[in-house]
Ligand binder design. Sequence first.
Ligand code: ADP
Ligand code: MG
Length: 729
Amino acid sequence: MANLRFEVVAEAYKKKPLEVITPAERPSDFFAKYVFNRAKMYKYLPADVYEKLTDVIDNGTRLDRSIADAVAKGMKQWANENGVTHYTHWFQPLTEGTAEKHDAFVEPDGKGGMIEEFSGKLLVQQEPDASSFPNGGIRNTFEARGYSAWDPTSPVFIIDDTLCIPTIFISYTGESLDYKAPLLRSLQAVNTAAAAVAQYFDPKVKKVSCNLGWEQEYFLVDESLYFARPDLMLTGRTLMGHDSAKNQQMDDHYFGTIPERVQAFMKDLEIHALELGIPCKTRHNEVAPNQFELAPIFEEANLAVDHNMLLMSLMKKVARKHSFRVLLHEKPFAGVNGSGKHNNWSLSTDTGVLLHAPGKNHDENLRFVVFIVETLMGVYRHNGLLKASIMSATNAHRLGGHEAPPAIISSFLGTQLSELLAQIESSNDDERFAVAGKKGVELDIDQIPQLLIDNTDRNRTSPFAFTGNRFEFRALGSEANCSSALIVLNSAVAEALNSFKQRVGALVQQGTDLKHAIVSVLRDDIRTCRPIVFDGNGYSEEWVKEAKRRGLDTETSCPLVFDRYLDEDSVHMFESLNVMHRNELQARNEVKWETYTKKIQIEARVLGDLCMNHIIPVATHYQSRLAKNVQSMFGIFANEKARILTSRNVKIIEEIAQRTQTIETEVEELVEARKVANNIQCEREKAIAYHDNIAPRMEVIRYEVDKLELLVADELWTLPKYRELLFIR
Ligand code: ADP
Ligand code: MG
């Protein structure tokens, strides 16, 4: 019997690494080759237009529409020189990934291929038919219009023959329908709040920007094997598959050399990424077999997010070229580590100060402590919401398991910083000032520089860890748009800083000296946010109990976690910072619930099909083979002897019968449960039904299938096994 599995395994083994030609120029020469960056703006734009545009980019001044035509003209010329024929507004709808609608520049001129039409108007605004993007009911069906509007702070770039223009995506009535618009507003909010506080320490600070350095984890699977796994193709993860006898126990993949075919893929990917201005820095194997990571140098957050989105789509494209499929799903394989996307996050000023880094003198260190503590305040106050921001049907698999990170948001500070905060908290004002005289405040804070030297202890179980000069938010899923988390984090920290400023201001008004006021408010806040600080093992059972006691959010049901977006505290925060309004939050939650439901629904369907069309037929086939054998044994041996000799096969026949029976019954019940859930009108209730009644049944079915995989003869099994998916490359 032909077995696709063996064909694809044989094929996969034969594949050789693709030869990747390294460009003749040095990376510094081809870096950002396809990006309309400052150097190109300078070259292609008139001087006054260049000045105005860079002012928009640097200082957030409003774009003067009158320069749009000149900018478009310059872009068009540059694009033309690079063989570009089309342009698109590139945006980030509420699905994963990015969207684009390509329009040709050309007006047919009979000769073909001329860029004729690209005015400022087309650069600044477009009207994609938006009715098929998720909008949570914001747009009535008769009002399908949505606008994409140019974001000048992220440079235009070229992919193949298309000029891509980063844009926000909003409804006809002005609500955001994407990730970028609220991200930009949250960046504005944290800029305003942080700059005001930073000015306590340096009045020259005018702007604070947010830095993001993401680390992208992913799996690679050979393309032939991928095509023989309908579950991977349709859902991005394996819905069944018994553990490979060997997987990540030996930790040998993590430290091992990168396999050659993968190395070629990485090299190719990096060349393309560098040409698009993505500053790739590190690449390495990850913990699980066939799992890898790529990380660039950190950049301004809006740009970093765009670069991450761009990289994810680039990865998919380049992987195909190398006969791989890239898996961005957070948990493609049970039993081995899933993939995340650590977000290294910090704030820095236009005067060149990293606000989350310890300084060189006492004042700088006080400033450092302020920004650390107020970040913790934001994370503490909105820990449930932060969890909601990284939660999804796919990432939920990761948060539940014993791998980074657990489903409770807490922050790891390391011993020194924890001790320092404890010291500030317990110190008595008068005493300290009296004892230490003029230098009182500074004496305690003086200890910080040591922190830099000793801060090597890492706690891999912490979802929000301080790592020397930044926080590392580790709970994000590999597939996620980083904006989702950044919108909440920036807003929460902005709110905390605003409140800090207001309370310090009140004390100063009452005549307290500024530094004294700062330390006093800090002390209150250290006390308040203490429950969020946790340096222990985030996977332990005790932590769940302890976290509950501390009042932290411990909910694990994905649809219920989404509720946090609609808590009054959350709505108030977003509205007061002008990041999002209630109706937008409601609409977004509708989309989240609906997406959750659809993902589980598709998985359930695929699982049902695979069971009925692959698993049960194969198991039954093997069972009949065994039955024939048993029968023939009775023809050869006397009854008693035959009974003894066939007892093992009879047992297997029986076990297969029981397991296939269970699978069949469970699949039927799964179908019934889906029918019931599908009749629910409310998206939230429907998602809850899918979470409570459908997802757990899939686990039961999987258990039986995986047992069958061990029972059935290897030569009959049609789906590539874990050992093949994880070790062939
Ligand atoms: P790890 O040890 O976790 O692998 P790396 O040193 O490789 O960390 O850095 C991970 C990411 O953090 C990189 O993108 C790096 O540029 C970024 N990063 C470093 N410092 C900061 C900072 N102050 N703020 C934001 N990101 C930073
Ligand atoms: Mg890291």
